[in-house]
Design a protein around this ligand. Structure first.
Ligand code: NAD
Ligand code: DAU
Length: 365
């Protein structure tokens, strides 16, 4: 039986991972350490047999106490500030949590595990954004692609990756790192492209497309990401880095058109949706795509990300199982079936986000 500390486990990917891990390792003990920032939601852990400790990864004493009292042998580190737009408006929180927070965790882990001679694993969850941006003809990111982060978010994640590497190399901490592409799926906070555009479509609000909408991302269903992390934990080599991708490179406009078409199809097939969401264009017989609105671009916007996950496929037998079309349809269904979660639930997630109004999205004249 293992005892896991999952940082950021009340956020999008962390909560999906806790659910995945407990369904495949029901005898393991899972403790979640999460500060419950705007992105964390204790409701994401409802029905899961995990203990939630509300606290900060920067609190080294708390982390050490958890390592001792819960006999933790595995840390899976998700906790982060994760949204590029927010990092452009206010980088400080990103440095605090992603760099200093990761370092506090590493210090506590080193002292308790390495100095104490205890078997352990520290898995760090990172992003493909650390590799920078690609032209249309560049080969996809490999694990040995040089780092070239372009946003305060990706720079803070790159710094954390380097710290993890250094703690392995210098102190012998037993680490692994995974760098993955854009996740989507249940429980994603509606500031990211897919849930934001879906909920805006249902409410009849504009869909703010940055620049020309031709930026390319590799879309990874969160369940596939969780399988990938589990494969690294179970079969990954210590000190190694693994890229995890979805094999679904798409331009934003293609993603948005696929989403709009699926919403239109569902409204045509299910008349009850028209009553639930009367402001949606699809409720009035109009295409959801009529909400598309081109707005000023994100500063420093990376043009293309693409993941080469051949190493994870070869060494870990990793394979993404969701096609983008089926994964997106399942995700839309989940949001339609969990309206109380995104309307507010216990933490008022979507309402609070819309009220925060943190970004001025001006249509391009
Ligand atoms: P998220 O923003 O949904 O969740 C982050 C969680 O971390 C929240 O629950 C939040 O409360 C918690 N948190 C923030 N600061 C904390 C602190 N100081 N102490 C403790 N908890 C804190 O993020 P996500 O999308 O689930 O991403 C999880 C991880 O995966 C991040 O490290 C992110 O960089 C990485 N990642 C995300 C994606 C993606 O597409 N979402 C892709 C690649 C990598
Ligand atoms: O690549 C992995 C990264 O993916 C993760 O490390 C980040 O944590 C995660 O937030 C995500 O970053 P992106 O910036 O790619 O995700 P986001 O959903 O914010 O944007 C996806 C694309 O859609 C991007 O090209 C910007 C564009 N976009 C986004 C929003 C929110 C728009 O055009 N309009 C929008 O309103």
């Amino acid at each position: 039986m293992a005892s896991l500390l999952v940082t950021g486990g009340a956020g999008f990917i962390g909560a999906n991972f806790v659910g995945h891990w407990l369904s495949t390792h029901p005898d393991d003990r899972v403790t979640v350490l999460d500060l419950l920032t705007y992105a964390g939601n204790r409701a994401n852990l409802d029905h899961l047999a995990a203990e939630l400790v509300v606290g900060d990864i920067r609190d080294e004493r708390l982390v050490t106490e958890l390592l001792q009292t819960r006999a933790i042998d595995t840390i899976v580190h998700f906790a982060a500030e994760s949204h590029v737009d927010r990092s452009i408006l206010g980088p400080d929180a990103f440095i605090e949590t992603n760099v200093l927070g990761t370092h506090a965790l590493l210090k506590a882990a080193r002292q308790h595990w390495v100095d104490g001679g205890r078997p352990h694993r520290f898995h760090h969850v990172s992003t493909d954004e650390v590799y920078g941006t690609l032209s249309p003809t560049d080969p996809a990111f490999r694990e040995d692609t040089p780092y070239a982060p372009n946003s305060p978010y990706s720079a803070s994640k790159a710094a954390s990756d380097h710290l993890v590497r250094a703690y392995h190399h210098t102190y012998g901490l037993q680490t692994t790192t995974s760098n993955c592409s854009n996740n989507y799926g249940p429980y994603q906070f509606p500031e990211k492209l897919i849930p934001l555009f879906l909920l805006n479509t249902l409410a009849g609000r504009p869909l703010p497309i940055y620049g020309d909408g031709q930026q390319v991302r590799d879309w990874l269903h969160v369940e596939d990401h969780c399988h990938g992390i589990a494969a690294v934990l179970e079969r990954g080599r210590i000190g190694e880095v693994y890229n995890i991708g979805g094999g679904a490179e798409m331009a934003n406009l293609a993603v948005i058109d696929t989403l709009c078409a699926e919403v239109d199809r569902l409204f045509a097939a299910e008349p009850a949706l028209k009553e639930r969401f009367p402001d949606a264009p699809a409720a009035k017989g109009l295409p959801s795509a009529s909400l598309k609105s081109f707005v000023t671009d994100r500063p420093g916007h990376d043009r293309r990300y693409a993941i080469d996950c051949e190493k994870a496929m070869r060494e870990l037998d990793y394979r993404p199982r969701h096609s983008f079309e089926s994964g997106l349809a399942a995700t839309i269904r989940w949001y339609l079936d969990h309206e109380s979660w995104w309307r507010g639930g216990q933490d008022g997630s979507y309402r609070a986000f819309m009220q925060a109004n943190y970004r001025d999205r001006q249509p391009v004249a």
